[in-house]
Design a protein around this ligand. Sequence first.
Ligand SMILES: NC(=O)c1ccc[n+]([C@@H]2O[C@H](COP(=O)([O-])OP(=O)(O)OC[C@H]3O[C@@H](n4cnc5c(N)ncnc54)[C@H](O)[C@@H]3O)[C@@H](O)[C@H]2O)c1
Length: 267
Amino acid sequence: MGEFSSKVAFITGAAHGQGRATALALAKEGAAIAAFDVAKQIEYPKYEFGTSDELKSLKTEIEAMGGKCEIFAGDVRDDAAVTAAVEGTIKAFGQIDILFNNAGICAYAKVHEMTDDEWNAMIDINLKGPFNVTRRAVPYMMEKKSGVIINNSSVMGLRGGNRLSHYTASKWGLTGLTKAWAIEFAPYNIRVVSIHPTGVNTPMNDGLAAMEGKTPEEIAEASAGNLLPVPWIEPEDTANLVLYLASDKARYATGSQFVLDAGLLSV
Ligand SMILES: NC(=O)c1ccc[n+]([C@@H]2O[C@H](COP(=O)([O-])OP(=O)(O)OC[C@H]3O[C@@H](n4cnc5c(N)ncnc54)[C@H](O)[C@@H]3O)[C@@H](O)[C@H]2O)c1
């Protein structure tokens, strides 16, 4: 019996990176997993998105450890796909206890060179996406009068980022949503928190560096932020924080911002 054995977690952006690591960690502790991912290349940014093979291998891996996993391919911008996945989760597992709003994109652009499409994709995926998913999932939490929503913001949801104005705006927006939803959902015993990682060792990290024509190490050095002597943290570090926040150990944490930055924001 794991710590989350009676729980169901709905995770967006679960095919790889932090979403996958968190799905595996929650499944290891007994949670049933609903794994949602666009699972194909989309138009922007031009780095590697999750694939349908990765989504399928996540299910295989979880089932091999004796766990349960349903997979859903869809874009967080697509209300019909989100609604179908939430309803599919309820049909399979009967409830949603943990929602990890994790799917997101990142790209660099100077604001005077930024196109409408770049701005819109960033805001629609990183900010409207969590709105799309939460409004469909939260009624099931309200019914049970319990639940936890964890929004994956970034250190950029608490500071500015050079050539990242659209990303920074989307992530500050998610910090704001976290606080507003904490107020709205507290009467239903639903907690809402945001997490704020520094750079994480994921395909996003590698993809952003490649788009700049640099190595991930060079990008980490140029952003010169972490106090601890590491260029980035690992997806499993994010997973550990999410597991704590989803657990009863964090039962009175709501509306708060949880920084996982190797010291970056202290400077
Ligand atoms: N990697 C970092 O350095 C870092 C740091 C802080 C915060 N974050 C945030 O953490 C979250 C996860 O990032 P990651 O590093 O694992 O990135 P990643 O690109 O490695 O993985 C993201 C996953 O989300 C999926 N996804 C992207 N757009 C989607 C959409 N429109 N609909 C459904 N799924 C979609 C991708 O297919 C992919 O599987 C993001 O919100 C990101 O902004 C990342």
